[in-house]
Write a protein that binds this ligand. Sequence first.
Ligand code: CP3
Length: 338
Amino acid sequence: MLQNDLILRAARGEEVERIPVWLMRQAGRILPEYREVRAKAKNFIEFVKNPEMAAEVTIQPVDILGVDAAIIFSDILVIPEAMGLPYQMIESKGPHFEKTIQTANDIDELHISSGEELKYVTDAITLAKKGLNGRVPLIGFCGAPWTLFAYMVEGSGSKTFSKAKKFLYTHPDLSHKLLEKIALSSINYLKAQIAAGADMLQIFDSWAGVLGKEQYLEFSLKYISMICDGIGQQVPVTVFAKDAHFAIGDIAKLKCNTIGLDWTMDPQVCRTLAGNKTLQGNADPCMLYADEKTIETEAKKMIAAFGKQRYIANLGHGLYPDTDKNKVKYFVDCIRGL
Ligand code: CP3
């Protein structure tokens, strides 16, 4: 059914004839074609909730950049909203939650999402699958419970997430209660994404690196593990825990297929820690500001370090909005040609 299933085979550890490549945050941000569609919506949230528009920008990078997978256009913050904690996306500032989680009562008031509230995402998946017509697999995603917890307690992005960390230290039992509610909601949500046609899933733990190892295992990995177990290995799963050097060996024990790495992580060291899991990553997104010769050299170095099998080429974090689309395409072409 799929004309190009390289990424699924790489994730499962099967042999590939060419290294598959896609880029975190490829849908949107850098493409003028995205901004054109985006301008038609009143705001980001309305855009995300419009399945036709979301499906359209999901497919754009496949047509324009030639990547080997599409990722559904949405956001990780749709889960807090579905649980009863709405957010706003403030232009050029980022997410903002009017109400944040501070008390036991706040947590009691949240409900576990059945996935039904997020029908606009599963509808977008259905439409994107139709539009892709088997050209490449479609990746679904969610945020890791800890990363979502961080936004829900903090109320916005933060360099340190000290309010969220304070909550872990001062209310560990309540923290577990909230994390469990988020994990259970995420299981229902990801199952709905699989039912709608997602071929592969990624869990984004963007703020893994603000925790130390012990807290990471207790408050983050436990719930990522609950999600991996809960969705039951129906499709390949990638766990991307940014800056979690200390946890690669523990992530390797999860029921996931692929481990996402950022650019500070050493490919060889991670190969040893990751056992037979597939690795994904890990070019510095800032490297794409360099000239083409440098981009090619860096792409070659990255591939030499990871090898061709059990590997999915990507960046070590999302593309920055001011990256030149031609440089991005050049990077993708380099990898496809190697
Ligand atoms: O590849 C893709 O772009 C797919 C869609 C996608 C978005 N957000 C769209 C988006 C994905 C996979 C995400 C995940 C996401 N969202 C993460 C995890 C990945 C990561 O980058 O660490 C996080 C932490 C968020 C939360 C979030 N959403 C922030 C902090 C911001 C504001 C800053 C920014 O990234 O621009 C967003 C907004 C957002 N999400 C935009 C897009 C395209 C930009 C808003 C716009 O177009 O107006």
